[in-house]
Design a protein around this ligand. Sequence first.
Ligand code: PMP
Length: 366
Amino acid sequence: MSASPTPKPWIEGIHAYVPGKARSADGRELVKLSANENPLGTSPATLAALTQAAPPARYPDPDASALRQGIGALHGINPARIVCGTGSDELLNLATQGYAGPGDEVLFTRYSFAVYDIAARRCGAVPVEAPDADYGADVDALLAAVTERTRVVFLANPNNPTGSFLPAGEVARLHARLPRDVLFVLDQAYAEYLAPEDDDCGLALAGRHDNVLVTRTFSKIYGLAGERIGWATGAPGIVDTLNRIRGPFNVTNHGQAAALAALGDQEFVRRSREHNTAELVRFSDAIGALGNHGLRALPSKGNFVLVLFEGALGAAAALDGLAEAGFAVRHLPGQGLPQALRITIGTREQMDAVAQRLRALAEAAR
Ligand code: PMP
């Protein structure tokens, strides 16, 4: 008779996160437009800083002090109100673990970031999805879904995978009507892609209120996805909670050095944003021209576009057709989007090739 360890029942309910792929089903290497990475790569100044990082034989600074100071200086935040993490994923998980447990509810909008569901389930909490409004967050629907068991509310702004964006007034309205003892996590992984006039005022909210946590990442516009660095800011009590439960050395020597250097190269950030804005418009227009074939690009404020397939060409066939042409994009049937593909904005040439291929596939499917 052999007994074996049994995972907690709530762990068995988790579907493991499926990351964006770079290979076709038959093992070919593809151009990866499936993980919202920066097509311009990493800034040269940041790459140079990697060689200056503390030696790998030494543990990193457990408090990421220099990095927190750099973040604080750029954004006008007291570094004591900042905590760094192994990607913002870790911080989203820690925030949930810190404030929700078995029987509690964690609320977010349908079609938002897949990690929220996992973060809730892994602490035994119940994930609750509020209905969307045309693929974006609906403040009234979120508020209507709040119960006395709600402990954490997530809002990704801009949202992945739909690209939707909630303006500052709506974010403030949502926050103002949430019970004060609910943690409001505003996930701003794509904030750096926004035009200045689109600021959702999340950092100001986090600076003023005791129940707001804003999370950010170096994985997207800063081109450091592989180094796994995120940060969060909120009231001292929330930051203290996260500091108590995070791993003591959760950001590596390389990660700390690279992120600090990346903050210093805002010219690279500006170029990345300009490239993204221009190609997002061009690609969305190219998809718009395929409307008669049932293709539709949702308006996006991120570095990706969700394309809906509402005609003869289905998303699964388009996924295969793009893979044959050498491109990996993201199909999200597990997130209730079987007829959609999320396509990361790549280089101009890549986006032209993807749009051309989609046109050819749509025409052939008629
Ligand atoms: N939030 C959102 C909305 C995201 O899309 C992502 C990346 N897919 C993350 C958080 C996590 O990014 P990272 O852990 O690399 O910081």
